[in-house]
Design a protein around this ligand. Sequence first.
Ligand code: 5GP
Length: 142
Amino acid sequence: MTSPEGHAAHCIFDEIVAGRAPTHKIYEDKDTLAFLDLFPITRGHTLVIPKRHVDRLTELRENEYEDLFRTVVTVCRRVERLTKDYNVAINQGRLAGQLVFHLHFHIIPRYNTPGPFAISPRTRIREDEAQAVLADLGDVSE
Ligand code: 5GP
């Protein structure tokens, strides 16, 4: 089955929400989830999603704005344990670079690297790296 945009109905982020695909969770509540990007642009690259599947920001219901944005800010606070410099971004549509058609905010920490938008090769996160990042990000309660 494909959506009007032509992408497959199967969604990896739905699989993560359902617990059928593994991930490194940063934060979770009833309606939202944050987890490490599998192919991080930088150390600590995190994704924040609504659990309810929507492809795009404009499909969110108004009563979902607050919870989702609260989780974005919660994750930003935790990323600030790594660096005060980061991008918060949403890619909307294929031409804007959206590859996973389940709405997600990227939170991309920036360190001492030139040109935040320079494209560099991305490799799958190693388990030991993921565990080290999770430890550095700490608990929400901290
Ligand atoms: P987009 O290009 O759609 O804005 O970003 C999709 C992001 O999801 C990419 O940064 C990609 O690395 C990440 N990603 C793709 N598949 C998975 C996955 O199975 N698990 C996790 N944690 N991230 C994924």
